[in-house]
Design a protein around this ligand. Structure first.
Ligand SMILES: [Mn+2]
Length: 427
């Protein structure tokens, strides 16, 4: 890895004044009755998984503009993921997408990841596009298709994903389908949902005992009139029907505009069915923009609910954190590093909330003070905590600056000549 040695990172870190900022913030927080060391320790324990497809350039329905030195296969994707983990110390696991990341030697892949300090998070199945060798097309759906042979093929693919993931040490399967309709009347809502549930039951039956299954709802796209897994209500029904190891996954971009996502999160926690997140941000729809790039306050309010649950020690509360973004105009490594920090930032800010004051304001119906209690935490610049947590675990105080100084991307541009059809996309 060019220049990205521990010594190089340490030399870069030595030029920073982050420790002074950390000390000053520590004094400030001390006056608020908050111990900065406790917050820093929490950051060190917080991880968010990288999607393997996120280190390639995404694309839109109109075009894809490849970046320099894009990874051409899962091994090169893991190389890029290891750089992100090395610099941020916030992304220890990678989430694979099958068949994009399918290899003949999963044990070798496990060794390759382990050697780079990476573990494997949830497996993602793909029945929203056709593969060259498959017998039945998913043009009109997969797990909910009217044709049984097509549904069987989609079920079998999901079971393959589980078996591949078992070798890698993964403990979860995430299922998202593009199934739905483009015209009123095209699809019978209840019958297609029944077929979908029947298929999921078969996959769930193949789930190892220590695995969880996450289902992901999405309001529209690629189906533009209805989707079989439209909203969190349908998702909740699904998780309830399947059983104790089935949970709902919340992708922040998969809701109608203006929907109160943090309240959905709260409801799913209360029902014991929150499985985890696909973090991203959006302005209009499922834009898959970088986490915290558009609405960092919403991200903070989501973490307010998560920290609230964490501090109540709710049994079985263990949401999976994953980034799911499409990087079109940035270097994906830089975007993911920045996003991981934004997610950590929202977490620390939520830890800073004075929950005693908040509860008192709620009980006395003091709306203004309740809001200001949240805002006080949100307004606190916690960057020195993130920076020192990174530095003390071998990461970079300024990941983007250190990455740019390393010349990694330029080196990869020479090593990885562009190929056509690199697998990456928006899900
Ligand atoms: Mn997603």
């Amino acid at each position: 890895m060019p220049n990205l040695t521990a010594d190089f990172i340490a030399t870069q870190n030595a030029q920073s004044t982050a420790q002074l900022d950390y000390d000053a913030l520590g004094e400030h927080l001390d006056r608020r009755g908050v111990d900065i060391e406790t917050l820093k320790a929490a950051v060190k324990k917080f991880g968010v998984a990288i999607p393997s497809w996120g280190v390639g350039t995404g694309g839109t329905r109109f075009a894809r503009f490849p970046g320099i030195g894009e990874p051409r296969n899962i091994y090169e994707k893991l190389d890029d993921c290891s750089v992100i983990q090395q610099l941020t110390q916030a992304t220890p696991d990678v989430s694979l997408h099958i068949p994009w990341d399918k290899v003949d030697d999963p044990k070798g892949l496990l060794e390759y990841g382990t050697a780079r300090g990476l573990g494997f998070d949830a497996m993602n199945s793909n029945t929203f596009q056709d593969q060259p060798d498959q017998a039945h097309s998913y043009k009109y759906g997969s797990l909910s298709h009217t044709d049984k042979a097509t549904r069987d093929q989609a079920v079998a693919h999901n079971i393959d994903c589980i078996e591949f993931g078992e070798i890698l040490g993964s403990k979860a399967l995430t299922v998202w389908v593009g199934d739905g309709s483009n015209f009123p009347g095209q699809s019978h809502f209840a019958r297609s949902f029944d077929r979908y549930i029947d298929s999921l039951r078969q996959i769930y039956a193949a789930l190892p005992d220590d695995w969880r299954m996450f289902t992901e709802h999405k309001i529209y796209e690629p189906a533009f009139y209805s989707t079989v897994m439209q909203d969190w209500g349908t998702n909740f029904m699904t998780a309830k029907m399947l059983g104790d190891r089935a949970f709902c996954l919340v992708d922040l971009g998969h809701h109608a505009p203006s929907v109160n996502i943090e309240m959905i999160v709260s409801r799913l926690i209360q029902a014991g069915k929150l499985g985890g997140f696909h973090f991203n941000d959006s302005k209009y729809g499922d834009d898959d923009l970088d986490s915290g790039a558009i609405n960092p306050y919403q991200l903070f309010l989501v973490f307010n609910e998560l920290v609230d649950a964490e501090q109540q020690n709710i049994e079985g509360f263990n949401p999976a954190h994953m980034i799911d973004q499409s990087h079109n105009v940035t270097d994906p490594i830089e975007s993911i590093m920045t996003s991981a920090a934004e997610i950590q930032r929202a977490y620390v800010q939520a830890l800073l909330i004075d929950r005693t004051a908040l509860e008192q304001a709620q009980e006395t119906n003091d709306a203004l003070l309740a809001s200001e209690t949240l805002k006080q935490a949100f307004r606190t610049d916690v960057e020195p905590i993130l920076a020192m947590a990174r530095s003390e675990t071998g990461g970079a105080i300024d990941p983007v600056k250190t990455y740019r100084s390393s010349g990694y991307r330029t080196a990869k541009g020479n090593e990885r000549p562009a190929t056509v059809g690199t697998s990456s996309g928006i899900v």
